[in-house]
Structures are given as C-alpha cells and as structure tokens.
Ligand binder design. Sequence first.
Ligand code: PEP
Length: 248
Amino acid sequence: MRVPLIAGNWKMNGSLVSNASLLEGIRAGAAGLEAELAVCVPAPYLAQAQTALVDSGVYWGAQDVSVHAGGAYTGEISAAMLNDFACRYAIVGHSERRSYHGESDELVAQKAATAIAGGLIPIVCVGETLEQREQGETPLVVARQLAPVLAAVAEAGLSKIVIAYEPVWAIGTGKTATPEMAQEVHELIRATLAQADAAAAATVRILYGGSMKPDNAAELLAKADIDGGLIGGASLKAADFLSIARAA
Ligand code: PEP
C-alpha cells in the first residue's frame, strides 16, 4: 500500500512574512489527511519550516542537494546541512535545474545517491519536453533519465526514492497531462523500476507534477500508478495545496 505524497515545490518564492501564514495554514489543515504532506522550501527558509511544522505530521525538505560532502563549492548545500534542519526530502533533477543549470542525467543520479546516503529521500524528477513528446520520444527520454538513477542507487536504494514524472511542457504553463497520458508514463516508469527490483517497484511512489490544481487533482490521483503530486504554483496557497491533498 503506497501512502500518497503531496509535496509542494515552492521554487524561489516566499519571504519570512508570507511563509509564516502559508505554513500556519498548512499546519492547521493537515490533521486527519490520508495523504502525507511535504513542502520543499528555499534553503534560507528551512529553519522557519522546521519550527513551524515540527510535530505537525507535515514534512519539509529542500529543492536540491550537492553531491559534495563539503569544502570549496560556493553556493552548494550538502546533505549533512539539510539534516541539520531535519529535512526528510530533497528534490533532485527538477527540469528547471536540468535546463537552467545544465544538470545531466548522471549528475542527477549522483545527487539521488548522495541524498540516500545522507539519510534523505530524493524526489527524482523526470519528464520530456513538448518537442520530445511530439516526436514520440517520451518513453526514450524517461528511460534515459532513469537508467543512471537505477544504477547509482542500486537495489538497496530503490525503495528509498520517490519519482516525480513532470512533463516539462506542463510545468507552470496551466497545461496538464490528461490522466490517461500521465498514467501511461507512470506505468512505464514502474515497469522500468520493476526490471531492477520488482518488490521495491511496487512500493515506490511515483508523483505527477505539472499544473496539478484543486480542479484536476482528483482525476489524476485516481489513476492506479499516480501516487501523489509534486505541486508548484498551487502549493503557494494553503487552501489549494490542502484541497489537492484532500483529493489524494
Ligand atoms: C513543479 O515545478 O514541480 C511544478 C509541478 O510546477 P507547477 O505545479 O506550477 O506546474
């Protein structure tokens, strides 16, 4: 039985003042939900999220993690540093990092492995661009992105990851994959994981991300292999985020 996970990706949004009311709203509405909730906040606000959410049942995490343990890596944040703030999750391989920061499939895989070794749960993002979808390359792209992750985390680590299928063309655009389109890719991802470890594949949560909103969440989350959502824009309003969580 896979407990649905609704994870917010705040991206580079927020301030101490606006976060306080958002976190308070999430905390207040989280009790009694069947889904697990998490927020991945900008690093400077991890302490604030920790203080606001401790003992609430809502988890918090980061939007990236370095492959390095420490040293001369300006701007990087290590898994140990995230542990100092009791993070549970770290997003790795978000398409914005792949495209704006040139992160390769191999680097993303190393980040996933580093997160696991550091006691964090990586939320590994995969997904195709519009052009790749139109060329019929979605299965190829997703397989190419997953292969190094499966090699890097090996069998022992496979049960410790979360995957997020995020078609790039659906992120922040208001365009959502239909539930059928999303399910097709989720099923493919699970089958790919099963080739490495069938038992673990049955337990790994595969989230959908890409303009998931209160009005489309229920039909996406009803699909057999969609185990939750990675939510960008709609995670910045407590009411919308909680409404998606209630649909899970
Ligand atoms: C995301 O960035 O992970 C995302 C899914 O964004 P949005 O929900 O805004 O499309």
